[in-house]
Design a protein around this ligand. Structure first.
Ligand code: SAH
Length: 480
């Protein structure tokens, strides 16, 4: 059956799309409905119809899903940052597990998947260690801060995001009242005038250290000392800085930093490794779950101290340093030079010496090193961005024949494509484990272990031979 614009349809929502929208079917016609959740029966009005699918507006929830819960955040719908807050956490995990399974089966063509149960979070709220709040003015003239709504640049007021730490509100209250007291203007994107653009806050979950960085369209803030006095009272305050960004673009941070008080960085830990994090550094936003994710990657890498490992797309070296604790030597490759500087510094402060880092594209550095030095790898770990691995890289991996490949992925569709490539060329998918790093959002991470069938068959072959010699020995003994 075909539907047209303005038709009303009754749908049972069975799945969830990439932006968290509900997906239902009416006589084979698929409809995407924002704000409907898995298990709902809804009445929707078609607002756009294509041949086999369309988009609908939620008109009425005819029968609410048994998995519906009251969102913790009153503005979850307008904000759009948490697409799944109205779905129970248990059901969110089930959805994520099914998403990974579905991609591996449909795109990767795998069956009988060696899936482990998804690793969920103990507490799917208040887990983000970083927040960047834009500052602006509301229509009524008040200074406001919060988050940009959906794809827009209008600020939804919120000082107390349910994913963030309670310190955020405390800090924002003090910054805004300082601005009000001294008539300090927020930045206006439209005119390029005004001073305060963003407030960046970071929190170290393991150390309790707090960082505040004010991003200014200028070099100085009026009465800086007074703001420092009040922010210092907040327990854990460690670093207060100004970041200067006079550019008229929507890039948040400028390059120049000025220390107002304390240290220029905070320290935090993932597993046993410490990291110094400056306002400009990349750091995983949920270090607790990241620790679990990397522990899984380490388990899959199965290191005993003799292995040579490559960690591709290594960022600030988080996985490399994790692996270096158990490997003989680790080489990391990352495209962003500043991240590699952080990686080397992180190795140094942790006293880790069996690592080496390369700046460049993974798909260029690895083939070049392989050509030049014939470098060898027991294990190769990849953790690419959403678009997955470049084919040149995958073909180099196949040439190098590592015993194991550990694939850490933030996009199960490109993961499925890349796993298929490797499995068509001598690798076997032996373990898959989804990990939830971002509760209440649609994102899911996955770790996979691929094992080299040839390397395996060597082992099997040598075992068979041993058995054969055993039998021969026995026969000889019997003949005597
Ligand atoms: N493993 C890291 C981060 C992985 S995110 C960690 O745990 O912290 C993916 C990383 O790949 C980013 O740091 C990004 O800058 C980098 N990247 C993107 N394209 C790349 C390429 N072609 N070669 C190498 N690194 C790349």
């Amino acid at each position: 059956m075909e539907y047209r614009k303005n038709d009303l349809v009754t749908l049972e929502i069975e799945d969830c799309g990439i932006d968290g929208e509900g997906i239902g079917k009416a006589d084979g016609f698929t409809v995407f409905v924002k704000d409907a959740v898995i298990g709902d029966t809804v009445l929707a009005k078609i607002i756009k119809a294509k041949k086999n699918y369309g988009y609908g507006r939620l008109m009425e929830i005819l029968k609410p899903s048994p998995y519906r819960v009251e969102p913790k955040c009153a503005i979850a719908r307008q904000c759009g940052g948490c697409q799944l807050q109205a779905l129970s956490y248990e059901k969110q995990l089930e959805f994520k597990e099914n998403k990974v399974r579905g991609h591996l089966e449909r795109i990767g063509g795998f069956s009988n998947l060696p899936m482990e149960p998804i690793i969920g979070m103990d507490e799917p709220y208040h887990y983000r260690n970083k927040a960047q709040f834009p500052v602006g003015r509301a229509k009524d003239g008040r200074i406001v801060t919060g988050f940009y709504a959906g794809r827009t640049h209008s600020i939804i007021e919120n000082r107390d995001c349910a994913l963030g730490v309670p310190e955020n509100k405390e800090i924002l209250d003090r910054v805004i009242s300082h601005m009000e007291k001294y008539g300090i203007e927020p930045y206006d994107e439209g005119t390029g005038k005004g001073l305060v653009r963003h407030v960046l806050i970071r929190y170290g979950f393991f150390t309790g250290e707090v960082m505040v960085c004010l991003i200014l369209n200028g070099t100085r803030l009026p009465r800086e000392e007074e703001l420092v006095e009040t922010l210092r009272e907040i327990p854990g305050m460690t670093s207060i800085t100004i970041n200067i960004n006079k550019k008229r673009s929507n890039v948040i941070l400028g390059e120049e930093l000025r220390l107002l008080w304390g240290k220029p960085y905070i320290t935090d830990k993932i597993g046993d490794i410490s990291y110094q994090i400056s306002p400009l550094s990349f750091f995983q936003v949920n270090p607790r779950q990241t620790g679990k994710l990397y522990a899984k990657a380490l388990e899959y890498a199965d290191l005993h101290g003799e292995e040579t490992v490559w960690d591709l797309y290594c960022g600030i070296g988080t996985i490399s340093l994790f692996l270096a604790q158990k490997a003989k030597f680790v080489r990391g490759v990352e495209i962003i030079p500043a991240a590699i500087e952080n990686a080397r510094e992180n190795a140094r402060i942790n006293g880790i010496e069996n690592v080496e880092f390369f700046v460049g594209k993974a798909e260029e550095v690895l083939p070049e090193e392989y050509q030049r030095t014939g470098t060898y790898a027991d294990v190769i770990v990849v953790d690419p961005p959403r678009k997955g691995c470049d084919e040149t890289l995958l073909s180099t991996i196949v040439e190098m024949q590592p015993k194991r490949v550990v694939y850490v992925s933030c996009d199960s569709a490109t993961l499925a494509r890349d796993l298929r490539y490797l499995c068509d060329r001598g690798y076997e998918l032996v373990r898959v484990c989804p990990v939830d790093q971002f509760g209440n959002t649609v994102h899911v991470e996955t770790v996979c272990l691929l094992s080299n069938r040839k390397a395996d068959s060597h082992i099997r072959l040598s075992l068979d031979m041993e058995e054969y010699y055993d039998i021969m020995d026995k026969e000889k003994a019997e003949q005597k």
